[in-house]
Design a protein around this ligand. Structure first.
Ligand SMILES: [Zn+2]
Length: 62
């Protein structure tokens, strides 16, 4: 994963703005697209959750 940090708003629930964030990918909802950005603490949380998923091979509750 190529990491490219920009200053922006975090989309993953911490509600921080004007912080270094990384683009995760497009969120598709009801035919619309939005760019999802995450700050480092949220990215770490997401990475840990993804790792748990890979290790356990089962869906993570959302
Ligand atoms: Zn965040």
């Amino acid at each position: 994963m190529q990491e490219h940090w920009v200053t922006g708003d975090c989309w993953l629930g911490c509600e921080r703005t004007g912080v270094p964030v990384i683009w995760l990918g497009p969120l598709q909802w009801d035919g619309q697209h939005a760019p999802v950005h995450a700050c480092e603490p949220c990215l770490d949380r997401l990475k840990a959750q993804a790792l748990a998923y890979f290790m356990q091979r089962r869906p993570v509750a959302v």
